[in-house]
Design a protein. Sequence first.
Length: 101
Amino acid sequence: MDEKETEIKERVHQWMQITALWQKILCFLQIILSAVIIIFAFMGLNDIIPIVTTNTVDLVLLAVLFVISGIRLFPEKKLYTYIYFGVAVLMLVILAVGLML
């Protein structure tokens, strides 16, 4: 029975290491994608004179998302994951309000 438990524990440990690696790879891809979105959004802004527009609010939220997705590389901190999804929901609400207006 002890050998079986040890084998199960080893398999679970290996699975957790592989999952953590994939999570880190996905977080790096998310950071790169967020950076590309921010760069394209800045390049697409034609009128910079009105400083407070929906575009700037979206850019600020994307920048916050960029930082928080970097913080998500530490999976033991669940608070950062909740903050990340909160910012993502806030961005979706702003997008929905922008489409309804």
